[in-house]
Design a protein around this ligand. Structure first.
Ligand SMILES: C[S@@+](CC[C@H](N)C(=O)[O-])C[C@H]1O[C@@H](n2cnc3c(N)ncnc32)[C@H](O)[C@@H]1O
Length: 277
């Protein structure tokens, strides 16, 4: 993926500074209005721009598809590209079948001619399955679980799958927890840089949601999951995922109590503009 071309092209998507203006193309508002989800029109414009520039010999990988808003944006006019979407249908007390049905309906409308493969399950298990992805990943969009460990692993586990030069877009990156994960990860892994930060000025900012950061990976040596990263991955996929499953079930059964508890626990790690970086 020619990441320099991607960054050069972003300004043309907007009438002014991308931080402060809406995309020129109103199509992204249509997708946003019609497809339930969390990504903003500005983010959809940027995701699609990345997919447009990605060579056909590489794949676009999204983690955290929910009902497909971000994917519906990415696939527009990109019938010649290969898209993978990983989703475990666990968050938001999702009844898997119901969410999947909505996702398929949305892809039928916005991506009828696109080549999308839905890989259902835990991304941290799927990404290490040999052959799950048939070519190097040129564009990776991470919008899955937002804990320190999951954001660290979101980069560690994908690295071996990435093309020698790849664009990595991370959602909700204005949250301090995400930036901490990036700092921790980049201290231990060469070849990564943060090239652009489109930050949220407030929670659920209408322009940039909770912020989108663009990282670039350039391989400097063969990538493999280190022993310590593999231990973290095992913890996430054997212990943490069970804790998450119980928590989401409880949230379904006692929404008020769980919501109040979560608000207290998450308030610092997700406080936009708190300076807690
Ligand atoms: C914020 S939503 C994604 C929103 C979506 N990208 C959009 O544009 O509306 C996060 C999604 O990540 C999924 N998710 C969380 N952890 C995951 C994991 N370990 N593997 C796969 N999907 C995961 C959740 O089920 C949820 O649907």
């Amino acid at each position: 993926m020619d990441t320099a071309r991607f960054f050069e092209g972003v300004p043309a998507l907007f009438p002014g500074d991308p931080q402060d203006t809406d995309p020129l193309d109103s199509y992204w508002d249509v997708v946003k209005k019609d497809v339930s989800g969390y990504t903003s029109s500005n983010e959809l414009a940027v995701l699609n721009h990345a997919a447009q520039l990605m060579p056909e010999s590489e794949a676009y990988l999204e983690v955290g598809t929910f009902k497909g808003r971000s994917l519906c944006g990415a696939v527009r006019d990109a019938a010649d590209k290969k898209f993978y979407a990983m989703e475990n249908f666990m968050e938001f007390g999702m009844a898997g079948q119901e969410a999947r049905t909505e996702l398929m309906r949305n892809l039928g409308v916005y991506g009828a001619d696109s080549d999308v493969e839905l890989l259902e399950g835990d991304c941290f298990k799927l990404m290490v399955q040999p052959g799950a992805i048939d070519r190097p990943v040129g564009v990776y969009f991470y919008d899955g679980e937002h804990t320190l460990l999951s954001h660290y692993l979101a980069l560690a586990v994908v690295e071996p799958l990435l093309a020698d030069e790849a664009l990595v877009l991370v959602d909700d990156a204005t949250w301090p927890v995400v930036q901490r994960a990036h700092r921790l990860f980049m201290k231990r892994h060469p070849g990564w840089t943060i090239e652009a930060t489109w930050d949220a000025r407030e929670a659920d900012d209408p322009r940039w949601a909770n912020g989108l950061h663009a990282l670039v990976f350039r391989r400097t040596k063969p990538s493999r999951l280190s022993r310590s990263d593999e231990s973290l991955r095992r913890y996430q996929t054997t212990v943490q995922d069970r804790v998450n499953a119980v928590a989401w079930k409880a949230a379904d059964a006692m929404p008020g109590v769980v919501k109040a508890g979560a608000k207290v626990l998450l308030s610092r790690s997700r406080a936009i503009g708190s300076g807690d970086r």
